[in-house]
Design a protein. Structure first.
Length: 930
């Protein structure tokens, strides 16, 4: 008779874990729904059923409302943040999925999931089951016995952990029966279980390990000393209460009917309908195969074998099952990955490629930094499941000879070149004097347009669309650190399979993504804007910009002197010297020594919160706050730019080469890194001074800067078709003065500087849905004055209000906002029951079409200017793009021509109901040009 095994799943703990596993790059479907929690939960559930094959299974949810612990301690879980709205919306789907899989869902009013699981676990164990409580929660360790275990799911490359009594003792230094004493003593900030102040996990472990229990600790209290003893005595009642709060109730009035938990085949039609609705392409086949998959276990030493007995029950090396993924992996017999390592084979390959209409290519290099990267090899494919790898030797002459062989392919205009992050590949080939010609299809960019909130790396796309797990770079060269090798050190056969697989998988993704682009009407945006921009950005990055190190060094001295002066003022106000950079020390000074606020927030590590958002709210409470903010601003400027920029100068070019990202922002705007140019604080004098260090390439050049004037307001005028706003722009009026005249009902020539400032704040705030409270804070006026200003604004520009309301309505109906050029931003939170979350989505519904269109317009301008500069064979180059501004390294004799060309192309990138205007200037550095 087979062994009876039951898995009991802590639903919310696993759903939270799944949700936050994708938090930086959530899974968003075409309807804009965040399916991270559902997908992760489903995947974990299927792994257990298919790989571990329990005989019984149940899923337990926490009920709505308070439990007996809240009656015991009203502050229980009081500080826990509300469940994220998009996760909250996932819970009904998770329950629907579990029901469709014929798995029982349990919850008991007044009791948490761990109480229900604890009760069922004990009853199941008495009925002869081996019980596995599937949860990441350490509190369950108190329930572990010789038949009840914690099953902690795999995460971030770590294997599954099975906690038996020995494992609990190893991890916490105490046996399971002492865990409630340990947990009560150390407390739990996430549940607001107070514990004993000053005693953390390590201290609690030592005390319970030494004395066996809380009773033992208090019986030997006189053996303890100092603050520890003092706190244990002062907070004894709190500690004993905490022990009660963390004790899992195993006497919940619930029956264990083992027949209810037997694993049954799923309801195929319901699962299929749900998974198609959620767009879970890879999971459906796995659900329908439930019960057909044999257990696959990988050995792991030093733990008991829980799931399979050995042959004839002979003693074996203990092992633990670990969850293996169900993705397809590289299998040599299923593909044809070939090596072209002779001149004859390479020439034969070139001839075949030249006869193809579509070819995917990829490069393997020694560095991600373009100017440092050397080619290690190429991979090519023109059909799926087949690819070639061409190794490139380190010898530069041999390398150039091989590259030269493939030049006809790279420079051909008749072959569609498919790639993943093609900007990098074509930039590296510039090192070998090869200009790769289009047309192109970039899978990374295609996926960004289709799923802007998702990850766009090849591994994730392969898993999502192909149910395939790529060979990882880490498998080839190891983890980052001293032990990591470079690509040239990888064995030839290994790198061949890796490189060919990359090209092959990219080629297989191409038709899928091409179809998706067409389905969502993104083809024109992709081919007309994003793909042409790839070559523009490659050239801009490769060109780089020169930095004046001397200017930065001099500025560093000035800033550090300012910081030193402010530091002394802070010490004087504090009455003591301390480490201003230490959040803990700063918090103690502000909230204990100076007692600035009685309502200070605490972090999870039990120290005062001193982030910028906290300090800004306290600015009026004490003069030290403004000084601290000022001090931090200077220090950040020094560390992020003044000290960092010289370190980024490349020794080969004596320039910095920022990297532009096309696939990061939700709005479509470009971002940059190494350095992040978008974050240079240009509104403050100190930040503007950084621009002085950006200089022309040599004495024969100067910098030209061209900036769109009020492009977002002009787009609002166009999109809203508000007659008054359109007229103001058409007449060339100062839009802020014109707005002030309307709001304050005075002639424009009588508008004061302050009134214009108020109108400017209104123009840039109201169109993005700012509230009267927010506007009042921004302008330093009362809420009633701000409300009157907003009312006057909408009375002056009535169609702006209609546009804003219409934008929100459209997103509610469609699930996404859309730009003039078809770029989408999905906003699932528009349907949230949480007013704050919903309000943010509504503001984005108004903002996205404007910001997205502004992003598209400057991209169009960049493409057209780049084409003209090349077409006219001008020496001048585009070298920077920041927000609505372009910067050029201009050959002095070409200044007049280039300035006219740039202004014309930027102002005529698109035709709107109002004119686009561009301000431009030139000088010996960026600040002077701007």
């Amino acid at each position: 008779m087979s062994k009876k095994t039951i898995f009991l799943l802590d639903a919310y703990a696993l759903a939270y874990r799944a949700y936050y596993a994708f938090i930086k790059n959530p899974r968003i479907n075409s309807k804009g729904e965040n399916t991270s929690a559902i997908f992760g939960f489903a995947n974990a559930l299927l792994e257990v059923i298919q790989k571990q094959q329990p005989t019984h299974l149940g899923v337990v949810f926490d009920p709505h409302g308070e439990t007996f612990r809240h009656k015991m301690y009203p502050e229980y879980k009081a500080h826990r943040e509300a469940m994220p709205e998009d996760m909250r919306q996932s819970i009904p789907y998770i329950k629907e999925m579990i029901a469709a899989m014929n798995i029982p869902v349990l919850e008991k009013e007044g009791f948490e999931a761990d109480d229900v699981i604890g009760t069922l676990a004990n009853k199941a164990a008495l009925a002869g089951f081996e019980v596995f409580m599937m949860t990441p929660d350490k509190d369950y360790a108190q329930l572990v016995t010789d038949r009840v275990f914690v099953y902690k799911p795999a995460r971030s490359g770590n294997e599954v952990e099975i906690w038996d009594a020995a494992k609990v003792k190893e991890k916490f230094l105490v046996p399971p029966e002492s865990m409630i004493d340990l947990l009560g003593l150390m407390g739990d900030s996430s549940d607001n279980v107070p514990g004993c102040p000053g005693i953390g996990p390590k201290g609690a472990e030592k005390l319970i390990s030494d004395y066996g229990s809380l009773d033992g600790v208090y019986q030997h209290i006189d053996e303890l000393k100092g603050k520890q003893k003092e706190n244990l005595l002062a907070f004894k009642d709190q500690v004993l209460l905490s022990k009660q709060l963390v004790t899992i109730d195993t006497q919940v009035p619930i029956d264990f009917d083992e027949g209810l938990f037997i694993i049954e085949p799923p309801n195929a039609s319901k699962v299929k309908e749900l998974f198609e609705r959620l767009e879970f392409r890879t999971l459906l086949p796995r659900v329908l195969q439930m019960g057909k998959v044999e257990t696959k276990l990988k050995p792991a030493a030093k733990q008991q074998e829980f799931f399979q007995g050995s042959l004839f029950d002979l003693p074996v090396e203990p092992s633990v099952p670990t969850v293996e993924d169900s993705f397809e992996h590289f299998q040599p017999e299923k593909v044809q990955y070939m090596l072209a390592d002779t001149k004859e084979l390479q020439q034969k390959l070139v001839n075949e490629l030249l006869g193809s209409s579509e070819v995917c290519f990829d490069t393997e290099t020694t560095s991600l930094e373009i100017h440092s990267a050397e080619l290690v090899g190429f991979s090519f494919t023109n059909s799926s499941h087949k690819a070639w790898y061409i190794p490139v030797p380190q010898n530069s002459n041999d390398a150039k000879e091989i590259v030269e062989t493939f030049r006809p392919f790279f420079e051909s205009h008749n072959i569609l070149k498919i790639g993943q992050n093609t900007k990098y590949d074509i930039s590296v080939l510039k090192n070998y004097d090869v200009e790769v010609s289009g047309p192109f299809f970039d899978t990374m960019i295609a996926h960004y347009l289709i799923q802007p909130d998702f990850r766009h790396n090849l591994d994730d796309m392969a898993r999502h669309y192909l149910n395939y797990q790529n060979i990882t770079t880490e498998e080839l060269i190891g983890k980052k650190g001293k032990g990591q090798i470079n690509m040239r050190q990888v064995p030839l056969e290994t790198i061949k399979n890796y490189a060919c697989e990359d090209a092959d998988i990219t080629f297989r993704l191409y038709p899928i993504l091409k179809k998706e682009l067409a389905k969502w009407n993104l083809t024109q945006l992709f081919y007309d804007i994003e793909i042409p921009l790839v070559q523009v950005l490659s050239d801009v990055e490769y060109q780089g910009v020169r930095i004046d190190k001397k200017s930065l060094n001099e500025y560093a001295v000035v800033l550090n002197q300012e910081a030193d002066s402010i530091e002394k003022q802070i010490y004087q106000l504090a009455g003591v010297e301390f480490n201003i950079a230490s959040p803990k020390q700063l918090g103690d000074i502000l909230f204990e020594r100076l007692a600035i606020s009685s309502d200070a927030k605490m972090t999870k590590t039990r120290q005062y919160a001193t982030g910028e958002d906290v300090l800004l709210k306290l600015k009026d409470k004490h003069p030290i706050i403004s000084l601290i903010l000022d001090y931090r601003g200077i220090k950040k400027l020094v560390s992020t730019y003044v000290d960092a920029l010289p370190e980024l100068i490349h020794p080969k070019t004596d320039k910095i080469h920022t990297s532009y990202n096309q696939t990061v922002t939700a709005t479509g705007r470009l971002s940059s890194n190494n350095p992040n140019l978008q974050n240079i604080p240009i509104r403050e004098e100190r930040g503007r001074e950084i621009r002085k260090s950006f200089i022309p390439s040599d004495e024969g050049h100067m910098l030209l800067a061209a900036d769109y004037s009020q492009i977002e307001l002009r787009l609002m005028a166009h999109l809203s078709q508000d007659a008054n706003m359109i007229e103001a722009f058409k007449q060339g009026h100062d839009i802020h003065a014109a707005t002030a005249a309307r709001i304050f009902n005075i002639p424009q020539e009588q508008v004061t500087r302050q009134q214009r400032g108020f109108a400017k704040g209104a123009n840039f705030g109201i169109i993005y849905g700012i509230s009267s409270f927010g506007l009042a804070q921004n302008l330093g006026i009362s809420r009633s004055e701000a409300k009157n200003m907003i009312d006057s604004y909408f009375a002056s520009y009535p169609d702006v209000k209609k546009f804003m309301d219409g934008s929100i309505k459209t997103v509610r109906e469609k699930g996404f906002a859309e730009t003039l050029f078809g770029r989408r931003r999905y906003l699932a939170d528009i349907h949230s029951n949480n007013a704050i979350v919903r309000g943010a989505a509504e503001r984005n519904a108004i903002n996205a079409p404007i910001q997205g269109a502004a992003a598209d317009i400057i991209k169009i301008a960049m493409i057209n200017i780049h084409k003209k500069l090349k077409g006219q064979q001008l020496i001048s180059k585009m070298i920077l793009q920041v927000h609505d501004e372009l910067v050029f390294d201009v050959f002095k004799p070409e200044l007049e021509v280039v300035q006219k060309l740039v202004k014309e192309e930027m102002e005529h990138a698109v035709t709107l109901s109002v004119p686009l205007t561009v301000d431009s200037g030139f000088g010996s550095n960026w600040l002077e040009a701007h």
